[in-house]
Design a protein around this ligand. Structure first.
Ligand code: K1U
Ligand code: ZN
Length: 169
């Protein structure tokens, strides 16, 4: 098990479009296990491979209170989306910032597990929001893309300044 480095906005690698997973091998299982360790340690409720600089279509999540409901979605696809919901979102790649984002409230997803077997999930609320947020990462999109460019620029400048200060220390 290993903790992975999480990329921070505005790192251009976060804009990479991920490719489909085709090899369901031991390396994939190690990556999934490292992503869970990284997500729980952060702590977060989700993590997309893009955030750890792996440009493959997979995400991990656990929105349960007791952190005992880990889920892996590989090559996820939205089959149905309905309703609208506004929720405050955070992002491990945009530390310290929360913004309200409007997304579909109920979704039906098809994905593969670590063995390549297909399954479907029908969900709503926080889990539906988290899946959409993580699937955005796989397309190189961040929750700050839903807010005004003025606010986004302010966040970018603050995170760039923090990074510079960290490098000097
Ligand atoms: O993708 C990420 O960076 C993870 C992100 C997921 C997410 C949060 C909120 C709404 C949609 C998607 C996070 O986990 S941010 C941290 C967070 O929300 C949290 C951390 C500890 C306990 C509970 C929540
Ligand atoms: Zn995120």
């Amino acid at each position: 098990m290993a903790l992975l480095n999480i990329l921070h906005f505005p790192d251009p690698r976060l804009r990479t479009i991920a490719e489909a997973v085709t090899n369901f091998d031991e390396d994939l299982k190690t990556l999934v296990s490292d992503m869970f360790e990284t997500m729980y340690e952060a702590p977060g409720i989700g993590l997309a491979a893009t955030q750890v600089d792996v440009h493959k279509r997979l995400l991990v999540m656990d929105v349960s209170e007791d952190k005992n409901d880990p889920k892996v979605l590989i090559n996820p696809e939205i089959l149905e989306a309905e309703g609208e919901e506004e929720m405050d979102e955070g992002c491990l790649s945009v530390p310290g910032y929360y913004e309200t984002v409007r997304r579909a409230d109920k979704i039906r997803i098809r994905a593969q597990d670590v063995n390549g077997d297909f399954f479907e999930i029908k969900t709503d609320g926080l889990e539906a929001v988290c899946i959409q947020h993580e699937m955005d990462h796989l397309q190189g999109k961040l929750f700050v893309d839903y807010i005004s460019s003025l606010k986004r620029d302010r966040i970018r400048k603050k995170l760039e300044k923090l990074k510079k200060q960290g490098q000097r220390a």
